[in-house]
Design a protein around this ligand. Structure first.
Ligand code: ADP
Length: 198
């Protein structure tokens, strides 16, 4: 049996969505499509895209919607995403939701579930300052972190209204151990009939 799951994971910076996204995608045998990872890989390799976006990421601003959406379309058109995917970091505002929805509709597809990892702002902030010390990400400065959290609250939270109206949002308590949180997500997805790969 092959699993099909088209998922989106949403949560504030520091919510642990990157870690949980990888765990969930592995158990479904689907690729993670993380726009942040794609941008960072391009910056590291010094590609033209990387050069175009490096200053934007360092400030904690959003890369232009058209460019981001084009990159995601390309990635989702690869064969390994045909049986499903887990999006992390995209769509991040309502304009991107419209892009994604029209792309999926063209293919006769739709998202199956939106996992919302709920974490209070103070918890996000303390996890992020820890990550700044451990990983040294150049956008983990206090200014860029605060800016990204503001953008999240202003632009990303509204996309949940769109998906909430479709009845596909699973709100998951993001405070707990890594395993506990993975288990909560897996249960919510199973309740939607999304089965793991055999
Ligand atoms: P975080 O969630 O901690 O901000 P991400 O890895 O998701 O980290 O994103 C890092 C940066 O990459 C963002 O601050 C932004 O500059 C850029 N980025 C990622 N996803 C998008 C997107 N969907 N639209 C525009 N910019 C994006």
């Amino acid at each position: 049996m092959t699993a099909t799951a088209r998922l989106l994971i949403v949560g504030p910076q520091g919510s642990g969505k990157g870690t949980q996204g990888v765990r969930i995608a592995e158990s479904y045998g689907i690729p993670v499509v993380s726009t942040g990872d794609i941008f960072r890989a391009n910056i590291k390799e010094g590609t033209p895209l990387g050069q175009q976006v490096t200053a934007i990421l360092d400030k904690g601003d959003l890369v232009p919607d058209e460019l981001t959406s084009e990159i995601v379309r390309d990635r989702l058109s690869q064969p390994d995403a045909a049986q499903g995917f887990l999006l992390d970091g995209y769509p991040r505002n309502t304009a991107q939701v419209e892009h994604l929805e029209s792309f999926l509709a063209e293919r006769g597809e739709a998202l199956d579930a939106v996992i919302l990892l709920d974490v209070p702002r103070e918890e996000s902030l303390s996890r992020l300052s820890l990550r700044a010390t451990e990983q040294g990400r150049s956008d983990d400065t206090p200014e860029a972190i605060g800016h990204r959290l503001d953008i999240y609250e202003r632009e990303t939270a509204p996309i949940l209204e769109v998906y909430g109206a479709k009845g596909i949002v699973d709100r998951i308590d993001g405070v707990g151990s890594l395993d506990e949180i993975t288990e909560r997500i897996a249960k919510a997805l199973a309740a939607r009939g999304l089965r793991l790969a055999a």
